[in-house]
Design a protein around this ligand. Structure first.
Ligand code: PGA
Length: 257
């Protein structure tokens, strides 16, 4: 048995303004009890404009959830119109930053090199990356899943210390399962997660491979979370659509029933 604490993160993407975000946070806190948040680390990754309001709500009501961001730039400051720096996020007590989500890679052209730079910047500000990796349907059908995720893991961790690799959260998200209602079977998810863990070990050593928490993401719902979390290799979930409703998200966090 491992002592990796499960981590379940909400990725709201471009949904919920700061008014909705405050209501959501309060409602979630009402739906969860102490046991839930002791058993599972809960992370909320809202749009940037919600962060300050949520930070205030979480602090003043002492809600045991962590704040995450969905994206950042690698530089501390500069002439990068529209971007947000990791230093700014750290000031808002953001603990986690999603990096390399497939939507960022596919729609906004984020490369493995950019992902690697961002990981370094996030660690520099004592935050923790949630590094996303995963294959397209074509890659899966061509038998390329393992090579794709191994390559993404190695590139992301180039030049990063073993201790930092061990602290990272990795989200394995098959791209064909995101927002489609099709999720990988728990067996398939666990098999690819084992490949991801081995790739982490090849760059960070056995201790990092054992310590790193690896989530599954892609159409996680209240109805399928328990079967995923039953697999010993799966340490949590990165949840998009089903994290937008506090009741659904609370049911996902309380997957033990
Ligand atoms: P989904 O999104 O749960 O809506 O499939 C997951 C993600 O993109 O992180």
């Amino acid at each position: 048995m491992t002592d990796r604490k499960p981590i379940i993160a909400a990725n709201w993407k471009m949904h919920h303004d700061h008014f909705v975000a405050i209501q959501f946070t309060q409602k979630l806190s009402y739906l969860l009890d102490r046991q839930d948040t002791e058993a599972v680390e809960v992370v909320l990754c809202p749009p940037f404009t919600d962060l300050r309001s949520m930070q205030t709500t979480i602090d003043s009501d002492r809600i045991p959830v962590a704040l995450g961001a969905q994206h950042c730039h690698a530089e501390d400051q500069g002439a990068y119109t529209g971007e947000i720096s990791p230093a700014m996020l750290a000031k808002l007590t953001v603990k986690y930053v999603i990096v390399g989500h497939s939507e960022r890679r596919e729609i906004f052209g984020e490369t493995d090199e950019m992902v690697n730079d961002k990981l370094k910047a996030i660690f520099k500000h004592n935050m923790t990356p949630i590094l996303c990796v995963g294959e397209t349907l074509e890659e899966r059908e061509a038998g390329g899943t393992d090579a794709k995720v191994e390559g993404q893991v190695r590139a992301a961790f180039a030049g990063i210390s073993k201790e930092q690799i061990a602290r990272t959260v990795v989200a394995y998200e098959p791209i064909w399962a995101i927002g489609t209602g099709k999720n990988a079977t728990p067996e398939d998810a666990e098999a690819t997660i084992a490949v991801v863990r081995a790739a982490v070990g090849s760059v960070g050593g056995d201790d990092a491979a054992e310590a790193v928490r690896i989530q599954y993401g892609g159409s996680v719902k209240p109805g399928n979370i328990a079967s995923l979390m039953e697999r010993p290799g799966i340490d949590g979930a990165l949840v998009g659509g089903a994290s937008l409703d506090p009741e659904d998200f609370a049911r996902i966090i309380r997957f033990r029933g």
